[in-house]
Design a protein. Structure first.
Length: 425
């Protein structure tokens, strides 16, 4: 499809309005410098990213068109291709924990001999502290309080600390601002009860009580045979066992997750931090995904990640393009959004490993990158496609060859760029 066909399809399938389409075609209508100036400090402009749609996704029996914001060629194509393979065996199956986040208050200057009794005292005042935490919040709710003692392992030897942790149900919000407010609200009372001092009062982005699990089976026939399955398992074994490989392996997973997170207004930095921490939870940094061979010889994969996302609050409620991202995706809850992100991450990983162990990662990637090279070389309009195709077919995806091809074409038609733009030939 060309752009107009894509937009017409989206308008029909995602029930977009004429205003929605206008926002997509000219984002400055709805989000300009004045908006940006209200969001951040010392604003000077707006940076745009390409926004595309990943197709073929079936998750828990539901079809999705998935918006992805990314500057990297092949990410959307790879995810869509993997999702297409997964469709043959029913797509992706996923589930998500309740949206429980943790807020932490650090308490110091408590005598070591009083640590145990102070901890018990705080637990005795649990209900009072929870009421106080919930006094200014309606959208989220603190459900429990836990107290843990932490030994200082820094080189500064600042002493043992008590950490008061609020367990907060954030529902359909990511919850950061509300949790931070809760932590600051209970801090004065904690100081009174303990005689200590509060230092840090903030949420934890390590959202281990908000795990998402997703799995899928990929037919050996669709992958190219059982040998390809074995080769993918070798690649997985490498990523599981060696942190140097695992980092790049997991970067590919996050290519997909971050792109959806950006398109839907999520805090992708928090998502990244939690995911990488979880990948190292046993003390060694490993693959975020797991892969196995079924009894039938097909490839089975799964992923489990902490994913703190929201469909209300934050950029989701402010930025018109991220609102549209949620609308196109068609998710109603934060849990549904989380399972979509997990499925995209699993699909992205399968596609990357398949490419790595067969044709190599560069062939498909450079074919798509060829369009960027053609543009840099001076091609415009439909000439971009022709030059990109030529340098990709020649396996010479570099700007010098692209310029040579444009020069050769220009000898025959001096105004070749306008010719291709105007006449669509």
């Amino acid at each position: 499809m060309d752009r107009s066909e894509r937009l017409n399809y989206l308008k029909k399938v995602a029930d977009l309005s004429d205003t929605d389409i206008a926002t997509i075609t000219d984002p400055n209508i709805a989000f300009n410098f004045d908006n940006a100036d209200q969001m951040i400090e010392n604003s000077i402009g707006v940076l745009s990213l390409p926004l595309g749609i990943a197709t073929n996704f079936v998750i828990n029996g539901k079809e999705y068109l998935i918006p992805m914001a990314t500057e990297e060629p092949s990410v959307i194509a790879a995810a869509s291709n993997a999702a297409k393979i997964a469709r043959h065996t029913g797509g992706f199956t996923a589930n998500c924990d309740e949206a429980i986040m943790i807020g932490q208050v650090q308490l110091v200057s408590i005598p070591p001999l009083l640590m145990k009794s102070t901890r018990q005292k705080l637990l005795l005042h649990r209900k009072e502290l929870l009421r106080l935490a919930n006094s200014n919040n309606r959208s989220v709710k603190a459900r429990d309080l836990q107290i843990k003692e932490i030994e200082d392992k820094s080189e500064n030897m600042m002493g043992t600390m008590l950490i008061a942790e609020l367990l907060v149900d954030t529902r359909d919000a990511m919850g950061a601002n509300a949790i931070n407010t809760m932590c600051e609200t209970i801090s004065p009372k904690l100081e009174i009860l303990t005689g200590g001092k509060t230092i840090v009062r903030i949420l934890s982005n390590y959202s281990t009580r908000r795990l998402v699990r997703c799995n899928a089976i990929f037919s050996k026939y669709e992958l190219g045979g059982e040998e390809t399955v074995d080769r993918i398992l070798y690649a997985y074994a490498f990523a599981y066992s060696d942190p140097y490989r695992a980092v790049t392996h997991n970067k590919g997973i996050m290519n997909g997750i971050d792109a959806v997170a950006l398109a839907t207004g999520q805090d992708f930095r928090a998502i990244e931090a939690a995911a990488h921490a979880y990948a190292a939870r046993d003390g060694t940094y490993r693959s975020m995904t797991r892969w196995f061979k079924t009894k039938e010889g097909d490839l089975a994969g799964d992923v489990e990640l902490p994913l703190a996302v929201g469909t209300v609050g934050g950029a989701v409620s402010v930025h018109p393009m991220t609102k549209l991202g949620i609308k196109i995706l068609g998710v109603k809850t934060a849990k549904e959004l989380a399972v979509v992100l997990a499925a995209v991450g699993l699909a992205q990983n399968l596609a990357a490993m398949k490419a790595l162990v067969t044709e190599g990662i560069q062939l498909g990637h450079m074919r798509l990158h060829a369009r960027n090279i053609a543009t840099l070389a001076g091609a415009r309009g439909n000439l971009i496609k022709l030059v990109a195709q030529r340098i990709a077919d020649e396996n010479k995806v570099d700007i010098h060859r692209a310029k040579e091809i444009i020069a050769l074409m220009s000898e025959k038609c001096p105004d070749i760029n306008n010719h291709y733009i105007d006449n669509n030939k």
